[in-house]
Design a protein around this ligand. Structure first.
Ligand code: FES
Length: 138
């Protein structure tokens, strides 16, 4: 397994929440989340199918309630293992999965679309979320 594609150790993924990481596709970066299951780990892209500019994990872990992921915006709930929306405005939609592989207690990104960039949020996202300093410097 390629060390550059190692995301985290399995034990780093919280049971109640998610672990945020950033992937790269060419010049673009986007975010994904690792979610712990009873028998492993799964990864999804970090956006809600209802409004795709809404992140499930805003940097401190997605909300997990009764074994489902919750979108805080309008309360949609998603099965933790399949990503299927069971309730809410996008009921029936499914979170986009990201391919990962677990080997020797570590999680590796094995999705052909992406390269692993970093643990935590995407820098691109921070620039577009209001943290930017104006060009005038004011
Ligand atoms: S944006 Fe997620 S439920 Fe509406």
């Amino acid at each position: 397994m390629d060390a550059d594609s190692r995301i985290a150790a399995v034990e780093e993924v919280p049971e109640d929440g998610s672990l945020l990481f950033t992937v790269r596709e060419g010049f673009d970066t986007s975010e994904a989340i690792l979610v712990a299951l009873a028998d492993g780990v799964v990864a999804f892209e970090n956006y809600c199918p209802h409004w795709t500019d809404v992140r499930l994990d805003k940097g401190s872990g997605a909300t997990v309630r009764e074994d489902e992921l919750v979108c805080e915006k309008h309360g949609a709930t998603f099965e933790r293992d399949s990503g299927s929306c069971t309730f809410g405005p996008c009921e029936g939609a499914v979170l986009e999965t990201v391919d990962i592989t677990v080997a020797d207690g570590d999680i590796y990104l094995t999705d052909d679309r992406y390269e692993f960039e970093n643990k935590g949020p995407s820098g691109d996202h921070d620039l577009s979320s209001g943290g930017r300093i104006g060009f005038s410097g004011q």
